[in-house]
Design a protein around this ligand. Structure first.
Ligand SMILES: C[S@@+](CC[C@H](N)C(=O)[O-])C[C@H]1O[C@@H](n2cnc3c(N)ncnc32)[C@H](O)[C@@H]1O
Length: 207
């Protein structure tokens, strides 16, 4: 075997050293993303029994499992084109958020109910063209804010994965106008070298 200098070699090294990857194996969680939501929830108390939650970008299902365990008697609508490990109270919608039929299906599942929490861990399929990937990530964040506008209860909460770069400041300013408190946070479980961060906004102001 040659010297391990390739990016796949570096990826493997990082995986082996990553304490959260280790915890996925030890604790039987679905994905390391689980710990990001757990850390955000511990700090901001987002999740409670009997809530109605929309989760966008749910596959493989780390967040979904976390939500299903902590929201007895609730409704969790998990959307992703890829397969999602479900659980009690989970309705999986296999499709891309942004397509009209997905909105129709969400409306059906809500049956007139409003949401306590909208979560998005959606990430663009990377094209390698940084400006294009950043534009897609802002589009996904816009779609999530629209979902909050349509379905969130007054005082409801929002968690959105965002990527630092062009367009984020304007998106953040718009989100700030719509919620009582809006913060940008980097949970410990989010890799330091990644440009991702999470926006946690609480207290939706009725439009
Ligand atoms: C980082 S993964 C989510 C990990 C997940 N939160 C977990 O805990 O296992 C990002 C996901 O976003 C999904 N995604 C990207 N664009 C989407 C869209 N328009 N609608 C729904 N899901 C989307 C991808 O298919 C991918 O599964």
């Amino acid at each position: 075997m040659g010297k391990k200098s390739s990016s796949s070699g570096r990826w493997l090294d990082r995986q082996r050293r990553d304490p959260y990857v280790k915890r996925v194996h030890e604790e039987g969680t679905v994905s390391r993303a689980h710990y990001k939501l757990e850390q955000l929830d511990r700090k901001y108390r987002l999740v409670a029994p009997r809530q109605a939650v929309l989760e966008l970008g749910a596959a493989p299902g780390g967040w979904t499992r976390y939500l299903a365990e902590r929201i007895p008697g609730g409704l969790i609508i998990a959307v992703d084109p890829l397969p999602v490990a479900g659980g009690p109270g989970v309705q999986v919608v296999v499709g891309e958020f942004g397509e009209e039929w997905v909105d129709v299906r969400i409306e059906e599942l809500l049956a007139g109910k409003k949401l306590d929490l909208v979560l998005s861990d959606m990430a663009p399929n990377l094209s390698g063209i940084r400006a294009a990937d950043q534009a897609t990530s802002i589009h996904l964040a816009d779609l999530t804010l629209d979902a909050a506008g349509r379905w969130l209860k007054p005082k409801g909460s929002l968690v959105v994965k965002v990527f630092h770069g062009e367009g984020l400041d304007a998106w953040f300013a718009e989100t700030k106008r719509k919620f009582e408190i809006t913060r940008m946070v980097k949970p410990d479980a989010s890799r330091r070298e990644s440009r991702e961060a999470y926006v946690v906004a609480t207290g939706w102001r009725r439009e």
